[in-house]
Each structure stands twice: as C-alpha cells, then as structure tokens.
Design a binder for this molecule. Sequence first.
Ligand SMILES: N[C@@H]1[C@@H](O)[C@H](O)[C@@H](COP(=O)(O)O)O[C@@H]1O
Length: 241
Amino acid sequence: MQVIQVADYEEMSTKTAAFFYCSTKGRPNLHLGLATGSTPIGFYEKLVERLQANLVDVSHLRTFNLDEYIGLHHDHPQSYHTFMRNLFYQPLGLSKHQTFIPDGTAEDIEQECERYEQQIQELGGLHIQLLGVGKNGHIGFNEPGTPFDSRTHCVELKSSTREANARFFESMEDVPTHAITMGIGTILEAEKIVLLASGEEKAEAIYQLVHGTYSEKWPITALQKHKDVTVYLDEDAGKLL
Ligand SMILES: N[C@@H]1[C@@H](O)[C@H](O)[C@@H](COP(=O)(O)O)O[C@@H]1O
C-alpha cells in the first residue's frame, strides 16, 4: 500500500485527478469504479477539466458506481445518479451505455443486486476503483460487520451513516434507510484501488487501515490484503499515523 500525504484537500484532488487523467488517456477502454460523497467532488471537477482541456477521447470509457440509495428516484437531487450526472457524465458527454449505477428504484432489489454484480463481471470487471471512507471505516456502503467476500447487496444503513449524510437532506426522516452497494469482495477484485480521505473525522479509519488489525469491524482494513492500493490523504486525515 502506498500512502501519499499531501497538505490539503486541493492538493489531494489535483494529485488524484492527475493519476486518473493519465490512466484514462493511456487506456481508452478503461473501466473506472467510481465513488460519491463530498470527498471526491474536487477530484471530479479537476479530472473533467483536464480531460476536456486536452480533448481526451472518453467514448470508450466505462464507469461503474459503488452504490445508490434505495427509494430515491434517479432525478432526486441527492441520488447518486444525479451526483454523477452533474459532476461527470454530462460535462464529459458520457452516454447511458457507458455509465452504470445500481438502480435503487428497482421493484425487486435482490434481483437488481445480482444483475449489477453480473454486469460488472460480464463487461470485464473494474480496472481502477476510487473509494472514499465513512467515519466508521465503511467503503461504498459496506458497514462494519460486512463479510470481506460479499458481493453487490442491499444494506441497512447505520444510524451514524445516516446522520453523517443528513447534511445533504432537508431532515433526518428524508435520509434513506437502505442502499445497494458493491460488496467488499467486488471492490477487492479491482486491479487497482485509490482511496481518498480528507479531514480529521477520517483520521481513525485511516489509522485502522494503516496500523489496525485486519477485521470486519473496520471494513476499510479489507484493503490491507489488496496488492495495489494508493491512499491520498490530507494532513488532517493522516494526523494519527
Ligand atoms: N456511500 C458513500 C461513501 O462512498 C463515501 O465514501 C462516504 C463518505 O462520504 P464523504 O466523502 O462525504 O465524507 O459517504 C457515503 O456513505
């Protein structure tokens, strides 16, 4: 695991965007696993800017998102569909045929989880997976206790996760209680994993990743056994290392 400590959010976003820019340019058929949350926003803005400025052909790129809330319509302002459309798909002109996200409005959620997992496998798997991390060490929406060999599944969100994400909704009651997420096993099959963490509230999870015991109590520690992980941290997220 390579840990790259940078000064602040700006530098973390720039360095990560530079890495993804080179990867996309060098491999037109790249399959990107993508993440949402506030942490990667600066990264998406910078990556889009560079790809556009250099007229990189993204028509063969494919993207697969980690997760989606159950019950939010694709056009809901806080759905991950909307997040991705606004920050990445629309600015780059990516089509529906190259962008994949689990459907949290599916009638049969179990079937949707299976379908999404199969789709990832059938299209050839993930090359680079971007991750953020929750305060409790969750990756995607894989909460503490999730088996490390799990595949795409439905989860009930911990109240701490709902509280952390409540800032995006009008009230706590509006925060969905369930989500679909790629499993930890699905994530670990990516050829390369890039994790971003910014801010003091992520410091404990980062400490667990670097120095903690490999344990399902901290989902992030699953990455300890992956052969190619790069972590970009700002000073606050790295303060316990
Ligand atoms: N499902 C997402 C995760 O993928 C993300 O890593 C986490 C942290 O979000 P933030 O970057 O806003 O702290 O939030 C959500 O739970």
